[in-house]
Design a protein around this ligand. Structure first.
Ligand code: SF4
Length: 256
C-alpha cells in the first residue's frame, strides 16, 4: 500500500501560536502545501498524521492522547513542529509540562516535548520553523508513510549508557536544587565551592569530612546549611545516576 496523499490533523498542545501561524502560511497559495498531496483535515479520525505544535502541557495531555487514539491505527504518523514540540523548548523543565518518566522523580528535568508521550516520526525544529522547513518535513513525511506501511524486521540488542558527562550531569541537577534553596547568586557560588571539594574527595566519607571543614571556615549560617544540603543532594543524585547507568538498555535495529 502506498500513500499518494497525506491527510494531517493539526494539534496545538500549548504553543504560543508562532508555529501555528507558520503552518497557516504553508497552506496559503504562495507555498500551497496541497500540491504535495498534504491536506489538512478537521478531525483526527480521518488523519494519517498529527501535526503537533507546542510543548505538551498537563492540560493538553488528555486531549492529545484522545486525538492520537482516535486516528486510524496505520500509519499514525506524528510530526513535531517547532522547538517546543521537539524538546520542550523554552518550557523545558517547566512545572506546567507533562513528563512521562515518573521513575526519575519530580525533581528531575522534564523534557516537555511531544516525544515524551507520542512516538514522533518527523522533527521540524525552529522557533518557529520557516514555511520552507515545514514543507521539507512534510515532503519527508511521504517517504515515512511508505516505510511505515511496508513490513520491517528488527533485531534487539543490549547496551549500557556510556559514563561520560557524569560530573556535568550531577552539576545540572544540583544547580536546579540549590537555586531553590539559596537563589542564583549564593547558590551557584556555593555549588562551585562544593564541586571543588567533590574533585578532591575520593569517597563519600572523605567528602563529608571536607564539607565539615568547609563549614567550620564559613561564618554565614545560610551557606553552612547550603553545604549540608548539597552533600545530601549529591549522594542522592549519584545514587540515582549509578542506578541508571547500571541498567541494561535495549535498542531495536532494522534488519537489512
Ligand atoms: S517553538 Fe517558538 S514559536 Fe513555536 S510554539 Fe514554541 S515558542 Fe512558540
Amino acid at each position: 500500500m502506498k500513500l499518494r496523499s497525506v491527510w494531517v490533523f493539526h494539534l496545538n498542545t500549548g504553543a504560543c501560536n508562532g508555529c501555528d501561524i507558520e503552518i497557516l502560511d504553508v497552506l496559503t497559495p504562495y507555498y500551497d502545501v496541497e500540491r504535495l498531496g498534504v491536506k489538512l483535515v478537521s478531525t483526527p479520525r480521518h488523519a494519517h498524521a498529527l501535526l503537533v505544535t507546542g510543548p505538551l502541557t498537563r492540560q493538553s495531555y488528555y486531549s492529545a492522547k484522545r486525538a492520537y487514539e482516535a486516528m486510524p491505527p496505520k500509519p499514525r504518523i506524528v510530526i513535531a513542529i517547532g522547538t517546543c514540540a521537539c524538546s520542550g523548548g523554552i518550557f523545558y523543565n517547566s512545572y506546567a509540562v507533562r513528563r512521562e518518566s515518573e521513575r526519575l522523580g519530580l525533581e528531575y528535568p522534564r523534557a516537555g516535548g511531544t516525544s515524551e508521550f507520542l512516538p514522533v516520526d518527523v522533527y521540524i525544529p525552529g522557533c518557529p520553523p520557516r514555511p520552507e522547513e515545514i514543507l521539507y518535513g512534510l515532503a519527508l513525511l511521504l517517504g515515512v508513510a511508505e516505510r511505515k506501511l511496508s513490513p520491517r524486521h528488527y533485531t534487539e540488542e543490549e547496551f549500557t549508557l556510556p559514563r561520560t558527562q557524569f560530573k556535568a550531569w550531577v552539576e545540572v541537577i544540583l544547580k536546579a536544587r540549590i537555586r531553590k534553596e539559596l537563589g542564583y547568586f549564593d547558590g551557584y557560588r556555593l555549588l562551585e565551592r562544593f564541586m571543588r571539594l567533590v574533585d578532591v574527595a575520593e569517597t563519600p566519607e572523605a567528602l563529608k569530612r571536607l564539607v565539615e571543614e568547609e563549614k567550620l571556615k564559613e561564618k554565614d549560617s545560610r551557606l553552612k546549611y547550603g553545604l549540608d544540603k548539597l552533600y545530601d543532594y549529591y549522594l542522592e543524585v549519584v545514587r540515582v545516576y549509578e542506578d541508571i547507568l547500571s541498567q541494561k538498555r535495549r535498542v531495536l535495529r532494522v534488519q537489512k
